[in-house]
Design a protein around this ligand. Structure first.
Ligand SMILES: *[C@@H]1O[C@H](CO)[C@@H](O)[C@H](O)[C@H]1NC(C)=O
Length: 223
């Protein structure tokens, strides 16, 4: 009964010109637009996939090449600056450390912009300073070596850390940890990525001091 009624209503609609345009033309139009959109999305996705496969992007490789301690002193903090008699941070570190980083862009089709590059140094888990490198553009298949200086001024140290650091200096082998962070943009021809990517490398380092026979250099590294 209900089916019969609705069928009749449809027949009535079809007989009017307005009804005709909405059911015979309106729906196909909408479908056409939907299909066109779908095709466009699929084509765009395909184009992106082909481009990515053709460019075959590789991540840049960063290597800590050398670490040189050009100056290092551990001294007691002046008594009047201590907050309490048993302040655990009763020593200060002053130092200059040169960090040399090698950046390798192994891409055949992409050049990279190192828009930000920094190395953070830690002693015994505590951050002691950072080096910021000058941003640079790196061509395809290029290796670039850059240097930055970590300049440490009155960095507070725990009593136990200052004792172990003095002992390490006397042994000519200072153990440090490093964290490198690089922010990169890619470029191919006139196209330059609008987004950034961050890359990070952590290492354990052993550095000889200036009084060592060979001077201060990176002795050992585990990344
Ligand atoms: C890498 O690029 C820099 C700057 O464009 C250039 O000075 C250097 O010689 C290049 N290195 C190699 C190994 O091609």
């Amino acid at each position: 009964m209900a089916w019969g009624r609705s069928r009749m209503k449809n027949n009535n609609e079809l007989s009017t010109p307005a009804g005709q345009s909405s059911s015979r033309l309106g729906l196909p139009w909408l479908m056409c637009i939907c299909v066109a959109f779908l095709v466009l999305i699929i084509l765009t996705g395909f184009a992106i996939m082909v481009t990515v496969l053709a460019l075959h992007p590789h991540k840049p490789r960063y290597r800590i090449q050398d670490v040189q301690i050009t100056q290092l002193t551990v001294s007691n903090r002046p008594l009047q600056t201590l907050t309490q008699t048993s302040d655990p941070f009763d020593a200060v570190l002053n130092s200059n450390i040169i960090v040399t980083v090698e950046s390798y862009n192994r891409n055949h089709h992409l050049s990279i912009y190192n828009t930000r590059l920094l190395v953070i140094l830690y002693y015994s888990g505590k951050e002691i300073g950072r080096a910021y490198f000058v941003p640079f553009h790196q061509h395809r298949q290029n290796t670039t070596v850059v240097q930055g200086v970590v300049s440490i001024r009155d960095c507070e140290l725990r009593h136990s850390d200052s004792a172990s650091l003095k002992a390490a200096v006397a042994r000519n082998a200072v153990i440090l940890q490093s964290k490198l962070a690089a922010r990169v943009k890619f470029r191919h021809g006139i196209w330059k990525s609008s987004w950034h990517r961050w890359f990070r490398v952590r290492c354990d380092l052993v550095v000889s001091t200036i009084t060592a026979p060979t001077g201060s250099h990176l002795l050992y590294k585990k990344c």
